[in-house]
Write a new protein. Structure first.
Length: 210
């Protein structure tokens, strides 16, 4: 457990889940805003992850009798992941949870980009201070949209009608930025990295990988 009190508003718990694997993940491509589906192995992976989380004592997240709020990125790989985890629910779709727009780097790999000086500078920069890839999105722009999303979520969480548990299905990069925002620890950006299907569980006392 990483133990610093977290600002979760009226939520008792928040679950941040990275979507399952895609063919682009397996190939090491920057998929960003490309609307790719889960691979067959990615779908199987999420089905197994659901059972793993239930076996870890998190069955209350998946019991139809327990009310949660479910929000997803609009991209197929996240919507499919949400459906596999919660087949009885339709998620709220939030455009601010979309992955980084990599611009002209979309669909390319490290090996294809490594000789580009702009890409090397981008890699070496602090994620929160990164300039935008050509035609893409900067670190500051990502943080701005996620801050807007999180402030709105916190405000809604204080309403008496809002469920006390919030599940968010999004992307690896977005979750690292969002965890940085919530914890207020920009120096630990890469600490929040998740494998496809990975998750962070947050409560007011801190967070843990699950």
């Amino acid at each position: 457990m990483i133990s610093d009190e977290l600002p979760l508003g009226g939520y008792e718990e928040v679950l941040l889940i990275r979507h399952g694997a895609t063919a682009a993940n397996a190939a090491g491509k920057y998929s960003g805003i490309s609307d790719l589906p889960l691979s067959i192995s990615g779908m199987q992976q999420i089905e197994l992850r659901r059972e793993e989380l239930i076996n870890q004592g998190m069955n209350h997240w998946f019991d139809e009798a327990n009310e949660i709020k479910l929000i997803s990125s609009p991209l197929k790989r996240c919507l499919q992941t949400a459906e596999l985890f919660w087949p009885h629910m339709k998620p709220l779709v939030e455009s601010n949870l979309i992955e980084t727009d990599f611009g002209s780097w979309e669909g390319l790999t490290y090996d294809q980009l490594k000789s580009d000086p702009g890409y090397r500078n981008w890699l070496d920069s602090s994620p929160l201070l990164r300039a935008a890839p050509p035609g893409g999105e900067s670190g500051a722009e990502i943080m701005s949209r996620l801050e807007s999303f999180w402030i709105n979520s916190i405000n809604l969480s204080k309403l008496a009608t809002t469920p006390k548990r919030l599940a968010i299905v999004s992307h690896g990069g977005v979750i690292m930025y969002l965890m940085t925002l919530i914890t207020g620890k920009p120096g630990e950006f890469y600490t929040w990295q998740l494998q496809p299907g990975g998750a962070w569980l947050l409560n007011r006392e801190g967070c843990r990988l699950c």
